[in-house]
Write a protein that binds this ligand. Structure first.
Ligand code: FAD
Length: 298
């Protein structure tokens, strides 16, 4: 397919989708509606987040297990180091393995304390690289880890952050999924720095379709993602116009993905926020579509 603005699309674009475990019946309904709508796009896998401080341990497990049971999707479970000893984390991992879940997204997690300073749990895994090592001792999981094109806010330096990513890969992770970002050049430079540092696993851009600009701006501030000036200008005046905002959000994310594709990306991870519409639209523009049903013979 020719891209009018950026060149050619890769032939076989691959995607994955991220969900969070629902808290209420109503939230569960929107999650399952989204899962069902996204399933025909044939993602490589879908993943379910682990609430801050391990607060969703059971809900994450239930959601992942239900996806594995009731859909054709490959389900991956996020798991963090926070608020649990190594033994407890290993037990959660073993339960996943026993339930047939073979893919874990291994993360450090964030500080549960109000001062916001991360301190390893006594007897726990300190950093994500330690968790990857521990998981590999439990079973031969496929492991994905997090990467930060704009540098993790607590990293001593960009190089130290890249070293931390390299340690996670050396410990056995086979894919890095990035924090969301909006500036395509920032991702491309990061990918090149990672390659120069000897990181050869896929670095998958994490795409956040901006359903609510005000929320995204607040969230970006917390996780060190920069919201460029052009994004503020693009969404200006749309705070009370959700319908137009959604159309614009789809356009912005589709342009971002197509520019990434033109620079060589052929795999994308979508932060769906448990909604399908924007992700379906963006995937469509990338050529990721449900299979066309053959008409029944007459
Ligand atoms: P690490 O790789 O351990 O790095 C954390 C920080 O410590 C970095 O600054 C790094 O440079 C530094 N560091 C690493 N090793 C060392 C060392 N040995 N000595 C000193 N410093 C070191 N959070 C959740 O709670 N639940 C989720 O489900 C979840 N899913 C996520 C999915 C993705 C794709 C991403 C990008 C993030 C996700 N997060 C989730 C957020 C994540 O937990 C936070 O960003 C957290 O602050 C860092 O996690 P990490 O796995 O990158 O940590």
């Amino acid at each position: 397919t020719a891209l009018p603005l950026c060149g050619r699309l890769p032939d076989n674009v691959k995607v994955s989708f991220e969900f969070f475990p629902p808290k209420t019946e109503k939230m569960a309904e929107s999650l399952w509606a989204a899962v069902k709508r996204l399933e025909p796009l044939g993602p490589q896998f879908v993943s379910v987040t682990y609430g801050a401080g391990g607060s969703t341990r059971d809900r994450t497990h239930e959601t992942v297990a239900r996806i594995a049971r009731e859909t054709s999707l490959t389900a991956a479970a996020h798991l963090t180091c926070v608020n649990a000893t190594r033994e407890e984390v290993d037990a959660v991992a073993r339960r996943y393995w026993d339930a047939g879940i073979r893919h874990v997204v291994a993360l450090r997690g964030d500080a549960p304390d109000s001062d916001g300073v991360y301190r390893p749990t006594p007897g726990g895994y300190a950093f994500a690289a330690d968790l990857v090592e521990g998981l590999k001792r439990v079973a031969d999981f496929e492991i994905s880890v997090a990467a930060y094109p704009e540098v993790h806010p607590e990293a001593a330096s960009p190089d130290a952050d890249l070293d931390a990513l390299k340690r996670k890969i050396d410990a056995g992770a086979t894919r890095a999924i990035t924090q969301f970002f909006f500036d395509v050049d920032v991702f491309n430079r990061f990918r090149d720095r990672a390659a120069a540092a000897g990181i050869t696993v896929p670095i998958v851009p994490g795409i956040l379709p901006v359903a609510n600009f005000a929320t995204v701006t607040r969230f970006a501030g917390m996780c060190g993602a920069h919201v460029p000036r052009w994004m503020h200008e693009t969404f200006e005046g749309l705070d009370d116009d959700p319908e137009t905002r959604k159309l614009v959000a789809g356009m912005v994310a589709a342009e971002q993905c197509r520019a990434l594709a033109a620079a060589g990306a052929d795999t994308f991870h979508f932060y769906t926020l448990n909604r399908a519409d924007l992700t379906v639209a963006i995937c469509h523009t990338l050529g990721v579509r449900p299979p066309v049903e053959e008409p029944a013979p007459a």
